[in-house]
Design a protein around this ligand. Structure first.
Ligand code: AFP
Length: 281
């Protein structure tokens, strides 16, 4: 798997350069979820696919920016699902964005996820890799240097409540209000990668993107957004759920499926599970 992580490092350096100079305008295309693609989305995807093509252990890939699974190397062992530039609409307001990678064996299902990684492009470029543990690297002089292992505390201080608030259920709104009532700080940029990276680095809290009246199945994509971060949070002693069960037990029927999702420290996630179970219809 080392050659996969080396490929991710190479793509991160190329995407960093792209973000600094690239065209942030809209393309004339839409992705499979109906989002208008930015030229940056397409260019980032092309960078990653071109690099992954040369990694013999990668059998196939699926990208948020492409409709179908793309076969690469017939004898490869791994399948990679990735979001090449999550939060790309934040680049033109100079906020942090990221790339997310789920590494699967056999098939694209949560129970076949064997590793995960993400890159956050912010004031500094940082890479987090989760296998049996969670390690963070920082780009210094064009090399990724190991910085630290990431672990969540039992309880945190940050609250990152996503989605359109006037589409929340009343019990979800009460849950979020109660968490703020307990003194949690609002930390939400609209970029999943920096928002979840911040909670990991600050030791804990809650990130939520629930099902809502406008998006009953949530917005975040299972294979290349939710499952990789669920894997990372569990390996960092935290949890990730869909409101009722582990996110990594969610069934995938289509490669672009979404799911409601909550990521965080144990105390906050147990609070979510209690509220959701009490209010389940
Ligand atoms: P874009 O990739 O379309 O910018 O969306 C980013 C994202 O998928 C994810 O990174 C954020 O957590 C989420 O959307 C923010 O969605 P809301 O703006 O609805 O809270």
């Amino acid at each position: 798997m080392t050659e996969i992580f080396d490929a991710i490092k190479k793509s991160a350096i190329d995407i960093k350069n792209l973000i600094e100079t690239g065209d942030t305008s809209k393309s004339s295309n839409e992705n499979s979820t109906g989002d208008t693609q930015l030229k940056l989305d397409i260019a980032s995807d092309e960078i990653i696919e071109a690099i992954f093509k040369n990694v013999s252990c990668i059998k196939a890939i699926v990208s948020e920016e492409q409709e179908k699974i793309v076969p690469l190397n017939e004898n490869g062992k791994y399948l990679i699902a990735y979001d090449p530039l999550d939060g790309s609409s934040l680049v033109d307001v100079n906020l942090s964005v990221g790339s997310i990678f789920g590494i699967y064996e056999k098939e694209f299902t949560a129970n076949n996820l064997v590793a995960a990684a993400y890159v956050v492009y912010g004031p500094r470029v940082e890479l987090v890799i989760a296998t049996e543990d969670v390690k963070m690297y920082r780009l210094i002089n064009n090399e990724f240097k190991f910085m630290q292992e990431l672990k969540l505390n039992e309880k945190g201080k940050l609250n990152a409540p996503g989605s359109t608030q006037n589409c929340w259920s009343s019990f979800h709104k009460q849950l979020i209000d109660d968490i703020f009532e307990d003194g949690y700080r609002l930390r939400y940029s609209g970029g999943m990668v920096p928002d979840l990276h911040q909670i990991l680095l600050k030791g804990g809290g809650l990130f939520s993107y629930p099902g809502t009246t406008d998006r009953p199945k949530g917005k975040l994509r299972q294979l290349f957004e939710v499952f990789p971060f669920a894997y990372i949070y569990e390996k960092a002693n935290g949890q990730a759920v869909d409101g009722f069960k582990r996110a990594l037990e969610v069934e995938t029927t289509h490669i672009h499926d979404t799911t409601p999702c909550f990521f965080g420290s144990n105390e906050e996630i147990n609070r979510v599970l209690k509220v959701y179970k009490e209010n389940a219809k």
